[in-house]
Design a protein around this ligand. Structure first.
Ligand code: TRP
Length: 335
């Protein structure tokens, strides 16, 4: 029986934070250990160019994200871990899909629509700053997914639409050229926490409210101390369910530790004390990986060799598939 394939991409535009760790990286690494799945995880560096035109940042982010996944123990013999741009078949497939994707479908993409809406609201040309990269973003993502015949694509809620578009495009291609692609499904795991950031909104780079995953202990403490709380004094009961401190605690704690902390809140634990314990809990979980992370950053050759190994594995799938697809669409030797 063939294994279920799960695939996800990480856009290389930032430094991994606790929200990424809890919401995506930790569950992905866990899933990759299962014997009944084949996992594909990749650095979406072509996607990064859509949002980020700073070459240093794209490069630095690729290095940090790769080092993070490796430091956290991703087994690269088991998972296929690669850089999108090392698989030249992906942009080729992207073009074939571009020629099957309806423009009207792309008009509905919310990444694009959000940019247009913001322009209209500011009384500007609707297309101001909108590149073809942003417009066609879902097609590149479809190529990433369809290339490896992924069954399941773990994503955040904001990405569900893109996976559905990939299904749509795959269906159209299959209908026209014969069954070539597996229709992928987005999976949003409700048990996986969406972490709140320092200001209580969703932890996100775009809000500038993140706690980076691998800070020094001193900086980690400092960030945790910056989490917004109310003005309740020590001894006054506090509501765990509206507290970011508690919410992050829960994402790192065992159920028993969570129950204990809930009681502490009801008993009026001081914010300072709750934050101190949160620091200790998070630090304990990331401590070893942080040491490895810092070692890895000093060994870029190793990171590179891991990614190239992954690309070689990925291309064992992409090269033969592209070969078939070329024939399917009529691109072959004249003979
Ligand atoms: N667009 C995704 C994001 O911003 C990243 C991504 C690129 C991706 N290609 C993918 C995710 C394919 C899942 C599958 O989060």
């Amino acid at each position: 029986m063939s294994k279920e394939r799960i695939l996800t991409g990480i856009t290389t535009t930032g430094t991994p934070h606790l929200g990424n760790y809890v919401g995506a990286i930790r569950p992905a690494i866990e899933a990759s250990k299962r014997d009944d799945v084949q996992s594909f995880y990749f650095l979406a560096d072509f996607h990064a160019l859509i949002k980020c035109h700073d070459p240093e940042m794209v490069h630095q982010s690729s290095r940090e994200i790769a080092a993070t996944w490796l430091a956290l123990g991703l087994d690269t013999d088991k998972a296929v871990f690669y850089r999108q741009s090392d698989v030249p078949e992906i942009p080729q497939l992207c073009w074939m899909l571009d020629c099957m994707a309806a423009k009207g479908l792309m008009n509905r993409s919310h990444a694009y629509k959000a940019a247009v809406d913001a322009n209209v609201a500011a009384d500007k040309d609707p297309d101001l700053g909108v590149t073809m990269g942003l417009y066609g973003y879902p097609v590149l993502m479809a190529a990433d997914i369809l290339m490896f015949k992924a069954n399941k694509v773990p994503v955040g809620k904001d990405q569900i639409q893109h996976v559905e578009m990939a299904r749509d495009i795959a269906g159209r291609f299959n209908h026209h050229y014969g069954e070539r692609f597996v229709l992928p499904e987005a999976v949003v795991d409700d048990n996986v926490a969406v972490l709140q950031g320092l200001d209580g909104r969703k932890m996100s780079k775009s809000y500038g409210n993140t706690i980076p995953l691998f800070l020094t202990e001193k900086q980690l403490k400092k960030h945790i101390n910056k989490i917004k709380t109310n003005l309740l004094e020590p001894g006054e009961p506090k509501d765990p369910d509206t507290s970011t401190v508690f919410q992050i605690w829960q994402a790192f704690a065992t159920p028993a530790q969570t129950a204990d902390m809930r009681r502490e809140f009801e008993n009026g634990i001081a914010w300072g004390e709750a934050k101190k314990r949160l620091f200790e809990l998070v630090n304990e979980e990331v401590f070893e990986a942080r040491v490895r992370y810092n070692e890895l950053l000093l060994d870029p050759d190793f990171i590179e060799s891991e990614l190239l190994k992954g690309a070689e594995k990925a291309r064992r799938y992409s090269v033969p598939l592209l070969e078939k697809l070329r024939k399917a669409v009529g691109i072959r030797p004249i003979k």
